[in-house]
Write a protein that binds this ligand. Structure first.
Ligand code: ADP
Ligand code: MG
Length: 348
C-alpha cells in the first residue's frame, strides 16, 4: 500500500474534556488510487488526513507511507502534499509564479522549473494564462492553480480536504470530472475528503465511509451504493428505504405484504433503493417482495417521479420511477398501490 493506517486513534483534550475524534481506523490506500474519506461533518475526516500528512500525531496506532513507519516523521519529511479548502494563492504573484514558488524555494534549476511549470499548466488547462493575477481568475481556475502548485512538487500522494467546497454546484461538478482526469494523467495517489456523497461516488476508486470516528464501510462506489454494510451507510449514500422486522422462513411480514429475505431468520433490517421498486395497482406475482400502501405524495423531478407511499404499519417508502417519453403519472395522491421488487434488490 501507498498509505496505511493501523488502528489509529486521535484524542483531543479541550476544556478538561477528552474528545475522541478518530476511534481506531485501519485502512490501506493503493498506489495511484483515487481514495475518498466520506462522512458527515465532525466524523473525523480532517483529523485522519492531518495524521496522514503529519500535522497531527496519533494518540495510538501506526501511520505508514510506502511501507515505512512515519508515525513520528514531521510533515516536511513525508512524501505527501496537502491541498486545503481555503486554497489561498499568493495574491501578488502571477499564475506562473504561484506554481513555480515551491520549486524556486527548493532551488531547482531554472530550465527544470520552466519545463515542469509549463507542463503542469498544460495539464490543468491554463496554458496562455500564466501572466494573470489570481484576482483575474474564476474560482475554478484559482482552484486549479492551487492544485498545480501542489502537483508540481511531484509528491507521491496528494491529500485534498474538501477542495471544491467553496465552488458553486455547476463548477463543482465540472471540477470533479477535471480532478479525476488530472489524477489519471499524473498517476499519483489522491486521498480526497468530502461530506458530499455524489462527489465521492463520481470520482473514487474506493471510498471509506466514516461516522463518529470509525470507518463503517470501505469499498468501491457501486458496492457501497448497492450493498451498504450498515443502516448509517444506507441512509447517508443516496436515498434508501429501511424496513425492519422479524423474518421467518426467509420472509418478513410488512405492510400487508411480504419482503423476501432468502436465507435469513430472526430480526433483520432490509434496505431497498427507490429506483428498484415498481409501483402498480395489480397484485404482484409470487416470488417478488410485495407490500401494500397508499400514495401520500408525488413529486415531479424531471427525468423521474418520486412517490412517497405509506404502508399500513406506518412505514414510509420512497419510490423513483423514470419518466418515459409518453409518461403520465402511474399513481396519484390517495391511490392504493402495490410496491414490488426482486429479492436480490433488498440488501439485508
Ligand atoms: P470532519 O473533518 O469530518 O468534519 P474533524 O476531523 O475536523 O471532522 O473533527 C472530528 C472531531 O474532533 C469533531 O468532534 C471536532 O470537534 C473534534 N476536533 C477536531 N479538531 C480538534 C481540536 N484541535 N481540538 C479539539 N477537538 C477537535
Ligand atoms: Mg473537515
Amino acid at each position: 500500500s501507498a498509505i496505511e493506517l493501523a488502528d489509529v486513534v486521535k484524542e483531543y483534550h479541550s476544556h478538561g474534556e477528552v474528545v475522541q475524534a478518530v476511534k481506531g481506523v485501519t485502512l490501506g490506500i493503493g498506489e495511484g488510487e483515487f481514495f475518498s474519506l466520506l462522512g458527515p461533518s465532525g466524523c473525523g475526516k480532517t483529523t485522519t488526513m492531518r495524521m496522514i500528512a503529519g500535522f497531527e500525531a496519533p494518540t495510538k496506532g501506526v501511520v505508514k507511507l510506502y511501507g515505512q513507519d512515519v508515525t513520528d516523521v514531521p510533515p516536511n519529511k513525508r512524501d505527501v502534499n496537502m491541498v486545503f479548502q481555503s486554497y489561498a494563492l499568493f495574491p501578488h504573484m502571477s499564475v506562473w509564479d504561484n506554481v513555480a514558488f515551491g520549486l524556486k524555494q527548493r532551488k531547482v534549476a531554472q530550465a527544470e522549473i520552466r519545463r515542469r511549470v509549463g507542463e503542469m499548466l498544460e495539464i490543468i488547462g491554463l496554458t496562455g494564462r500564466e501572466k494573470r493575477m489570481p484576482r483575474a481568475l474564476s474560482g475554478g481556475q484559482q482552484q486549479r492553480v492551487a492544485l498545480a502548485r501542489a502537483l508540481v512538487n511531484q509528491p507521491r500522494a496528494l491529500l485534498l480536504d474538501e477542495p471544491l467546497g467553496a465552488l458553486d454546484l455547476k463548477l463543482r461538478q465540472a471540477m470533479q470530472i477535471e480532478l479525476k482526469r488530472i489524477q489519471r494523467e499524473v498517476g499519483i495517489t489522491f486521498v480526497y475528503v468530502t461530506h458530499d456523497q455524489s462527489e465521492a461516488l463520481t470520482m473514487s476508486d474506493r471510498i471509506a465511509v466514516m461516522n463518529d470516528g470509525v470507518v463503517e464501510q470501505l469499498a468501491g462506489p457501486r458496492e457501497i451504493y448497492e450493498r451498504p454494510a450498515t443502516a448509517f451507510v444506507a441512509g447517508f449514500i443516496g436515498t434508501s428505504n429501511l424496513l425492519a422486522g422479524a423474518a421467518t422462513g426467509g420472509e418478513m411480514k410488512v405492510g400487508g405484504g411480504r419482503v423476501l429475505v432468502p436465507g435469513h431468520d430472526g430480526d433483520v433490517t432490509v434496505t431497498v433503493r427507490p429506483e428498484k421498486i415498481t409501483i402498480g395497482t395489480d397484485e404482484p406475482a409470487q416470488g417478488l417482495s410485495a407490500v401494500k400502501g397508499t400514495v401520500s405524495e408525488v413529486v415531479y423531478l424531471g427525468t423521474y417521479n418520486s412517490y412517497a407511499v405509506s404502508l399500513a404499519d406506518g412505514a414510509e417508502i420512497t419510490v423513483f420511477q423514470q419518466n418515459a417519453h409518453d409518461a403520465t403519472a402511474t399513481a396519484e395522491r390517495g391511490d392504493s398501490v402495490w410496491l414490488s421488487w426482486q429479492a436480490q434488490h433488498s440488501y439485508v
